[in-house]
Design a protein around this ligand. Sequence first.
Ligand SMILES: Nc1nc2c(ncn2[C@@H]2O[C@H](COP(=O)(O)OP(=O)(O)OP(=O)(O)O)[C@@H](O)[C@H]2O)c(=O)[nH]1
Ligand SMILES: [Mg+2]
Length: 457
Amino acid sequence: MDTIVAPATPTGGAIAIVRVSGEDAFHIVESSFKVNLAVKDGKWNATLKKLKIGDEVLDECIVLTMPAPKSYTGENMVEIHSHGSSFIVRKIVDTLIKHGARAAQPGEFTKRAVLNGKMSILQAEAINWLIRSENSKGWEIAKKQLEGEFEAVIRKLRKGIIDLASDMVADLDFSDQVELSMDYFEKKARYVLGVLEKIVKSLERSVVIFNETKVVIAGRPNAGKSSLMNSLLGRDRVIVSDIEGTTRDFVSETVNIGGFRIRLVDTAGIRLNASDEVEREGIRKAYREIEGATVLLLVVDLERGFGDYEKNVLLSANGEIIIVLNKSDRVDDSRISEVMESVTTWVKNEELDCGRVNFAITVAKDGIIHEVVDKLKTILKGILDVEIPVVPQERYLALFKDAHKRAQEVVDAVRNGMLDAASFLLEEIVRDLEFVLGKVDVEEVLDEVFSKFCIGK
Ligand SMILES: Nc1nc2c(ncn2[C@@H]2O[C@H](COP(=O)(O)OP(=O)(O)OP(=O)(O)O)[C@@H](O)[C@H]2O)c(=O)[nH]1
Ligand SMILES: [Mg+2]
């Protein structure tokens, strides 16, 4: 394979590292800079060397040699630690290329590590997210996947499914000697469903942990959305007025709540009979924000109560919900109970997930919003509770949702005594898991995964 080279550090640091990997790595470095690396078989070696281009010393560098197979890629590798000048780095890379190395593609070092059996595809993906992790939870998830925890879950699940499918086939083939009951099959199928459910849930949370958490404020015009936004930000960011439809487009700001970086979005008031096109467009955008919210703050004006506006919004929400009962200074306690009661009754009738609906009583205009902040913190803490450590790699997201749906179909099929259909579905799930493990369509997986890496990794 070619010998590849790339800077592994961003510009602007005190030290820069250039990586070289490939069979000829040592030789190319030696001839490029007129040095003798004195590589010892099987041993890493770090020496301080004056790197020369022609007769001139370019820089004094630490040169680290790592002979195959004891290196990151599994090939002969050299790391050159120079001073962090972009000029020096460019000179080093250019000179190596002149002497036979090739510029590396994004992720090519890690791709080689996978191809040389130094790590699995799941570990390689974990590394990419480890680099991107910005908080302790993200770091923990990526590190655990790197250590193989997620892979172990998948392998165990795969084995369980294969055993179950073969029991089903045996039952179909030797039905006169049936020994296994339908209860047995249903119990096993439910186990598969349960694990996939945990994975899907963990993935959803992982997406939030590695990205910004979006908290969207919605509600009818004049409910006090912008007042709530300003109070949460601690400053007057959005115009507040008693004219309905004051906020026409959505306004968004980043805040830190309970250690979480949050994108807070104030939307245009949902008015079903919006008077003009500008406001209607604002409302369409508001609905898109509502659908994509991790947490929805639905502001209800206690004087006006819970009506069709609010119901429409709730039906569009996919995340957690806090019903913000605002303008509590204008009503008495019995009114508050009445509105809460009507929300609860409606939620029950619609069979919305009650666990997602919380209440907070506020006076947004005076900044009395601690109940919202407390509920928000509790919900965000819950999001941190990820049972299975899995990074939010795009190729898993849809795949595990599909697999989960299939597992539900397996349970249904077993209940209807259709073991042939169930075993067929189980085989499909096994194929999905093998795709995740990189056992099938390897090239396709590698290309997708490594195109998203940075150069030098
Ligand atoms: N009494 C009382 N008035 C409030 C409260 N919160 C907001 N208001 C008032 O209600 C009016 C509307 O407030 P906004 O925050 O602009 O409402 P909005 O939901 O953003 O309205 P649009 O942008 O038009 O959709 C303003 O006059 C606020 O001062 C509250 O808790 N109590
Ligand atoms: Mg507003």
